[in-house]
Design a binder for this molecule. Structure first.
Ligand code: CDV
Length: 312
């Protein structure tokens, strides 16, 4: 048995006016709750130090810059790093990263229990658009503010397990999970900020949106025989609701923990990394069962090409 007691630290709304210090204080409160519950790894959401700023159209570069972190840890997050180190707890969380070269990424990091940053992932599947879209009920400008991740889908050895990360929209793409699965991933940590309504389809019910989120995480867990910890930033941010429903999914695809509120809420589960072994050795023993000679299209093309040659 290789058990890691994991805390999924769902966060409620962060308003535009909220300071990093106030947000980090909330993260430390969740961390303290996790420490009391015996967690040794705590996972926080995507872009969890600020409001989900890509919903706001900005032209002023100086204004855009205010949402990005140029170093990690920094003055605002250091108290959380200190508290986690003191308690010997590893953490993973998402933030907007500006590199020394001036690149902008939607990033998630993973630490070990001594708070060394041992893993970094930069979101590959950026949803939304890059210019103001008057036809949407609200904006989703990730393609304006971020570049697609340039690190691939790395897997890291941490706490005697193989760990990987995805970020929000990545969870809808089976290729992303399989990239991790092919490196033997045992634990996938992901954070999300998902609007409760579809900006392009007002008829889509919130229940369906949460169903799609669960469906993707459960399929990704099952088909790669890995734990998936999916953590929301939720609640009403300046009039823009994000759905909650954070979950911990076992390697058999079953949800073992689910959030009950749309506020700051901690889910705790003792996740046995050895529970990933059965699926990996049987129905999803990739080495025996995969047929790569038939998978060329998956990396060879992006859009649809019909059998008659016309493009979708
Ligand atoms: N932050 C996200 O990546 N959100 C997307 C929305 C736009 C659908 C998501 O996949 O949840």
């Amino acid at each position: 048995m290789r058990e890691i007691v994991i805390g999924a630290a769902q966060m409620g709304a962060i308003q535009k006016a909220d300071s990093r210090d106030a947000v980090v204080a909330r993260m430390i409160a969740l961390l303290d709750e996790a420490i009391a519950a015996g967690c040794t790894l705590v996972v926080f959401p995507e872009l969890c130090l600020t409001t989900f700023f890509p919903r706001w159209y900005m032209e002023d570069e100086a204004e855009v810059a205010t949402w990005f972190e140029t170093e990690m840890p920094n003055a605002a997050t250091q108290p959380m790093f200190d508290r986690a180190r003191e308690a010997n707890v590893a953490i993973s969380f998402g933030y907007a990263e500006k590199t020394p070269e001036g690149q902008h990424f939607n990033t998630q990091i993973l630490t070990d229990q001594a708070m060394n940053i041992v893993g970094k992932y930069r979101k590959v599947h950026l949803p939304g658009h890059s210019e103001f879209d008057p036809d949407r009920a609200f904006q989703h400008l990730e393609k304006r503010y971020f570049e697609p991740g340039d690190l691939g889908f790395p897997v890291f050895r941490n706490m005697d397990a193989w760990m990987g990360m995805l970020i929000c929209n990545d969870r809808r793409w089976p290729e992303a999970y399989r990239e991790l699965g092919l490196q033997g991933v045992e634990l996938i940590m992901l954070g999300y900020n998902t609007p409760t309504t579809n900006s392009q389809n007002p008829d889509e019910p919130p229940s369906m949106r949460e169903f799609h989120s669960d469906l993707c995480c459960q399929a990704g867990a099952y088909q790669n025989s890995a734990w998936v910890v999916a953590v929301a930033k939720a609640g009403d941010e300046d009039g823009h609701p994000l759905f909650a429903g954070s979950i911990i999914v076992a390697p058999n695809g079953m949800i073992v923990q689910k959030a009950k509120t749309d506020g700051d809420e901690l889910l705790v589960h003792a996740c046995d990394m050895d529970a990933t072994k059965f699926g990996k050795a049987t129905i999803f023993d990739f080495k025996r069962h995969r047929r790569t000679e038939h998978y060329g299209r998956i990396t060879g093309q992006t859009g649809v090409i019909y059998p008659d040659g016309t493009k979708g």
